[in-house]
Design a protein around this ligand. Structure first.
Ligand code: GLP
Length: 240
């Protein structure tokens, strides 16, 4: 694992954007694994800026997102498909047919199987972007997830539901399960790029990098991946 620590979250996001932009410049038809969450917003803003300046094109790229809430249709305001449309896809020249987000509105087993089939056909993912849950989850692979898991439905833990409740307004029902790429699915990416910022991630960061490889911290399995870059700010790195 290569670990890079930046003074502030903006610099961390900018370096992660630089890694993805470089990959796309070298390989315009790259398959990018994308993530959602607050941490990724400045990164996507940075990529949109590069596209608008004419420095970057997504025209030949393919994308696969990590996860989606079960029960939310693609156009639901809180769906991860909608997040991707709003934070990246609608602002750049990506071909909508080449963007993949698991379907939250299909029976989960059907959606998961279709996703794995698409990944097998179009993959492997060149660079998989990952955020980190406060409990060490990657995608929605919560603690105790099998390290051999594939795309499937997962129940969300109370702490994840609490952490993500900030995105749901009053009267909006927050789903309690999600479809997520499995840990083994994620590990098939050629390169992995983890972005984590803020003190709330510090414990998950130290468990990921220095802890034992254990299902209680799903991100710790990344220690077994041959090409991982972890980009942090000083707060997220403070326990290392
Ligand atoms: C969510 C997503 C993850 C994301 C994580 C961190 O639960 N499923 O893919 O990495 O939480 O989110 P945030 O960046 O908002 O802290």
């Amino acid at each position: 694992m290569r670990v890079r620590v930046h003074e502030d979250p903006a610099a961390a996001a900018a370096e992660a954007a630089e890694v993805l932009a470089r990959r796309l410049a070298d390989r315009p038809e790259a398959v990018l694994g994308l993530a959602t969450g607050g941490t990724m917003e400045p990164l996507y803003e940075d990529l949109i800026g590069r596209y608008k300046r004419g420095d970057l094109s997504f025209a030949k790229a393919t994308t696969f997102n990590l996860d989606e809430y079960v029960g939310l249709a693609p156009d639901h305001p809180q769906s991860y498909r909608r997040y991707m449309e709003e934070h990246l896809f609608r602002h750049v020249d990506i071909d909508p047919a080449r963007t993949h987000v698991p379907r939250g509105d299909l029976p989960p087993e059907e959606a998961a199987e279709a996703y794995e089939t698409d990944l097998a056909r179009l993959g492997p993912v060149d660079v998989q972007l990952l955020g980190l849950g406060r409990n060490g989850h990657i995608g929605f692979n919560e603690p105790t997830s099998s390290l051999a898991s594939r795309t499937r439905e997962k129940a969300l833990t109370a702490s994840t539901l609490r952490a993500n409740s900030r995105f749901f307004g009053e009267g909006e029902t927050q789903p309690t399960t999600a479809i997520t790429m499995g840990i083994a699915t994620i590990m098939e990416a050629r390169h992995i790029l983890v972005l984590a910022v803020g003190a709330k991630k510090a414990e998950a960061v130290v468990n990921m990098i220095e802890g034992p490889v254990a299902a209680m911290c799903p991100a710790s399995i990344l220690q077994h991946h041959p090409s991982v870059m972890v980009i942090l700010d000083t707060e997220a790195a403070c326990l290392l």
